[in-house]
Design a protein around this ligand. Structure first.
Ligand code: ZN
Length: 609
């Protein structure tokens, strides 16, 4: 990889100044903080517009909300207070989060990135406040912002291996505290925090080989993620109006080595660190939204398509946190060689974000198909965070798979987990001028304005069953569209009924079914998705190594790593409650979805006999 990238950098070197430099002044001058220049088809609802109702998504969101509402604030602030030579009461959190003399990468990761997830915990709480209106949560966010603001000093980043990584999360936490928890102290704190990190920021986004070519006291210095900075800088600019953040966003767009080739359809993902490069696609999406840059939109779309083309049947990607070479059979290799198959909370968080951007920009329902796969097959099956900081990290697709906690406390995935679950509501619905789009089928209530106030309530046991009932509450009747996502895999039995009568409009898998009519109080939609079973090969090189799916659900064989199946046996699996039973060469085998697996051993992919 390093050879290839240094060659690319060399070849493109002549273009670097022009390509990596800021956009023409004309564009900067025209850009305004209030209006996006890149048009979108759909827009997002506010956190407070969507309430999750009883179900596994609400349970997971609540567990994370309660966890971080209860977390010790002195412990969270301790690494920052210590560096500022302030009194630092409270316990050491340990793991990645606290300063430690033991840190010796890659052998001993204790003390890896002190304070790294602080901004994400703050962001998760700010979003949880916006979703619930819980005043104690808002008050905690305000205390954390004030507590952090007192500690800000450039000394924090002296001898700190990943300044971009941690600052990006601080940025996110502060702009979320401002936007979602109405904290007026958050933007002044961000201005100071930006001043403090400036001496430690590189001149532009750096690849890992470029970081390795710079002096680095230890290997961890080569793992910083400067290329993920633009997304939150663009958002900081939009929320503050401070031009400094717009300039910083443009400065860190990784055009030469990443977005330029992606925009040209050149798959430069192989061997790259998986999560951070998916996360960077959200920076490209913001460059499109804010600057109207079509090149960055092409980069985001092509990049995400390359990710989808090397995803597991679960929707997860990046075994060993690395993208494989297309056509190499690398995904199949990973089934026998690693248990680190998909970095789940971080990967899901990044996946949900890029899907929301691309759905807003294109209105394409297929992005929603990929979101629900990742939802039901990865993040919704993540084990809960433990008070000691032990966290679920990797989903394991090894042929001898099991759920385990990560051995270090407070890793990256403890930071993205509460953010990902707070975003469940805003991922479920979108809106357009014509009406509303139902993306996820989840027990929930949406409040919206469409010529008057409406409430849409969903009840469903999806994806274990294909039926979803949606009920409308309204003051006065209004004509608009309710669009339902029809998954690309949906079978021919998929149907929509309105107030008990079959709807005969256009209903095509891989699109939204747009039901346009005069809606009135008490209207009822019954949406039934035909949950066909199918087999998905692990990659094109191994067509007989397959996973069994029912609708969006990947089904894992429980405690039977050696079972042999035929294609017909897998496809004839019968549902029994939340399990499925399939015949095998020896005995019937139980299959379960990822959220329903606890301590059992399981197997995702089977070699057909
Ligand atoms: Zn992670």
């Amino acid at each position: 990889m390093s050879k290839r990238f240094s060659r690319r950098s060399f070849l493109r070197g002549g273009m670097t100044a022009a390509a990596a430099g800021v956009l023409p002044r004309r564009i900067m001058a025209q850009a305004t903080a209030s209006a996006d220049r890149g048009p979108t088809v759909l827009s997002q609802f506010s956190y407070g517009d969507v309430q999750l109702l009883d179900g596994p998504m609400l349970a997971q969101f609540r567990a994370n909300h309660e966890f971080f509402l209860a977390i010790d604030e002195d412990a969270l602030l301790r690494p920052f207070r210590q560096r500022a030579a302030l009194p630092a009461p409270g316990p050491n959190m340990g793991g990645w989060y606290s300063w430690s003399d033991e840190f010796d990468p890659p052998n001993n990761m204790t003390g890896y990135i002190p304070g790294h997830t602080f901004g994400q915990y703050m962001s998760g709480l700010a979003r949880a406040y916006a979703a619930t209106g819980d005043k104690a949560t808002q008050a905690k966010v305000h205390r954390l912002v004030r507590g952090y603001a007192e500690t800000i000093t450039p000394k924090f980043y002296a001898g700190y291996p990943l300044p971009c990584y941690t600052f990006d999360k601080i940025n996110c936490g502060l702009i979320d505290a401002f936007q979602f928890a109405q904290d007026s102290a958050a933007l002044p704190a961000l201005a100071h925090a930006t001043d403090a990190v400036m001496p430690s920021l590189p001149p532009q986004a750096l690849t890992r080989p470029e970081m390795a070519a710079r002096p680095h006291p230890n290997i961890a210095y080569t793992w910083d993620e400067s290329y993920t900075l633009p997304e939150n800088f663009f958002l900081a600019w939009k929320r503050s109006g401070d031009q400094r953040y717009l300039a910083l966003a443009q400065r860190f767009l990784q055009d030469t080595d990443y977005f330029d080739p992606l925009a040209e359809g050149d798959n430069v993902l192989p061997h790259q660190h998986a999560y951070s490069h998916v996360n960077a696609l959200s920076s490209a999406s913001q460059a499109y939204l804010v600057l109207g840059s079509e090149k960055h939109l092409r980069a985001a779309r092509n990049g995400f398509n390359f990710v989808l083309a090397q995803s597991f049947a679960t929707g997860g990607w990046g075994p060993n946190e690395t993208f494989v070479e297309p056509g190499s059979g690398g995904l199949d290799d990973s089934l026998a060689t690693t248990h680190a198959s998909f970095e789940t909370p971080c990967g899901s968080y990044g996946h949900f974000k890029i899907v929301r951007y691309l759905m807003r920009i294109t209105g394409d329902s297929r992005y929603g198909d990929s979101m629900e796969k990742v939802l039901y097959n990865t993040i919704l099956g993540a084990e809960p965070l433990q008070p000691s900081g032990f966290s679920f990290y990797y989903s394991d697709y090894n042929n001898n798979g099991a759920k385990v906690y990560y051995p270090e406390q407070w890793p990256c995935c403890s930071g993205t987990f509460p953010q990902a679950t707070a975003d469940y509501g805003i991922s479920s619905y979108f809106r357009s001028r014509d009406g509303i789009y139902v993306n996820l089928f989840v027990p929930s209530r949406l409040n919206f304005q469409q010529g008057g106030r409406f409430t849409l309530e969903q009840q469903t046991n999806y994806p274990y069953e294909g039926e979803t009932t949606l009920r409308l509450r309204a003051g006065s009747p209004q004509t608009f569209t309710i669009a339902l996502r029809v998954p690309a895999w949906a079978g021919p039995g998929t149907s929509v009924s309105l107030n008990g009568r079959r709807w005969d409009g256009e209903l095509h898998p891989g699109t939204f079914a747009s039901v346009r009519r005069e809606w009135k109080d008490g209207d009822k939609i019954e949406y039934s998705i035909d949950m066909v079973k199918r087999l998905e090969a692990v990659d094109a090189q191994h067509p007989n190594t397959v996973a069994l799916l029912s609708g969006p659900l990947a089904l894992f064989a429980i405690n039977s790593p050696e079972s042999r199946f035929t294609r017909e046996q897998l496809l004839a699996a019968n549902r029994n409650g939340s399990s499925w039973i399939a015949d095998s060469a020896a005995a019937p085998v139980t299959f379960r979805a990822f959220p329903d697996i606890r301590h059992e051993e399981y197997r995702l992919c089977h070699n057909l006999s």
